[in-house]
Design a protein around this ligand. Structure first.
Ligand code: ATP
Ligand code: MG
Length: 373
């Protein structure tokens, strides 16, 4: 067990790293953040910020010397970096698990081989694959680049077969997955933690609404039957087990109009849809990440109150600074800002949660509060 007072390493300096760092500080740990950006949200609150590239030998050496264990918040961290660090210091999740989640081709294939349902998909590596892919998948579809996509970036919607070739060209003819666009009833996600002995716990399901490909609102508990919730938890746990996963991971699901639960994707880290745990669960997903990393017992995942989380994107700053006082005035509302200086459109600047004994009311009040910002 790695106990308070120890120093932990965080690869990546975004908001997930920042929220981890704040949780770690609460528990008396030190945190060293590695991120190339000299002004990163996590770097700013860390005990030490190494602003160097993720493969910088000096920075990695420094991490191994200072840290009792290392984790990551950044999906696209080079897996080689994790591997190198793991030669001298415990690193969780493993390079293999992260490598699987980083690449949609590997990820979707892994999910399929685990025997779990996904939207129909086909791999597109070159122009030669296009015809067979569209024949197999059908339309409407979405072409998604295999690597380095997030928040719906690197995706093109396909309405008819002849749109596929231009879409592939638009994405630069990089390896892609062509995926059938399914009719969504709802989207849900499971954030889970798995420890070193294989013990695992799921946080309550979140129901997620997206806008423009970006998470907008999470509603907890999700408005799905207990049967669907149990199915989602079981699928998420089986994926974590199959990956030999240690740490916090998230699994996103589609619930189709036909009532089928499909796995969308895996995130090898805490997840935006798990931010509600900070305010509404007995343990936050970030404390849980620390517990799994340090070999502590996993924390209580109980939901203390229904909750709705709303993301605050840079668009909100278009005309002026939002009216924060309206969040401070709303009962049971809690604001989290990530300390990013530049509010670009689509950029995640922060989020707020509204807690209310009644979930529908929480949703209405969250929407009203957001509209008044
Ligand atoms: P993030 O990193 O924010 O999760 P991403 O770039 O990895 O996003 P996806 O999760 O693949 O993207 O897609 C983003 C959103 O687009 C989904 O949450 C869903 O709303 C919609 N979407 C993606 N794929 C499909 C599909 N096959 N059928 C219907 N809707 C889809
Ligand atoms: Mg997604």
């Amino acid at each position: 067990m790695i106990l308070p007072g120890a120093t932990l390493g965080m690869l990546g300096g975004g908001q997930l790293g920042r929220l981890f760092t704040l949780a770690a500080h609460d528990l008396g740990y030190r945190v060293v953040v590695l991120d190339p950006d000299p002004d990163s949200p996590a770097g700013r609150v860390a005990d030490e910020h190494l602003h160097a590239s993720y493969s910088d030998p000096w920075a990695l050496e420094r991490m191994t010397q200072e840290c009792a264990a290392v984790t990551t918040e950044f999906e696209n961290i080079p897996a080689d970096t994790l591997e190198r660090l793991a030669e001298t210091v415990p690193v969780h999740p493993s390079a293999d698990a992260v490598r699987t989640a980083q690449d949609r081709i590997r990820e979707k294939t892994f999910i399929r081989e685990a025997g779990l349902p996904t939207a129909p998909f086909a791999v597109v590596r070159s122009v030669d694959d296009l015809e067979a892919a569209i024949a197999e998948v059908g339309v409407p579809a979405i072409l998604k680049r295999a690597a380095l996509g997030y928040d719906g970036k690197g995706q093109v919607r396909i309405g008819a077969a002849d749109e596929l070739a231009p879409a592939f060209a638009l994405l630069g003819e990089v390896p892609c997955v062509l995926e059938r666009r399914v009719e969504l009833e709802r989207e849900v996600s499971v954030v889970l933690a798995r420890g070193g002995q294989g013990e695992a716990l799921c946080f309550p399901l979140a129901e997620n609404e997206h806008r423009g490909g970006i998470l907008d609102v999470s509603i907890v508990p999700a408005r799905v039957s207990e049967r669907v919730a149990a199915q989602a938890r079981a699928m998420a746990l089986s994926l974590a087990e199959r990956l030999g996963y240690r740490g916090v991971m998230a699994v996103e699901f589609f619930l189709t109009r036909d009532g089928d639960l499909l796995v969308n994707e895996i995130a090898p880290r805490p997840h935006n849809s798990g931010h509600y745990t900070i305010d509404a669960c007995a343990t936050s997903q970030f404390e849980q990440q620390l517990r799994a990393l340090c070999g502590l017992p996993l924390g209580d995942v109980r939901l203390l109150s229904p909750v709705v989380m709303v993301n605050l994107l840079g668009d909100l700053w278009a005309e002026r600074e939002p009216h924060w006082e309206r969040i401070f005035a709303a009962e049971g509302a809690r604001l989290h800002l990530y300390g990013k200086r530049e509010p670009r459109p689509g950029r995640k600047m922060g989020h707020f949660c509204v807690l209310d004994g009644d979930a529908e009311r929480a949703l209405q009040r969250a929407r009203d509060t957001f509209a008044a910002l």
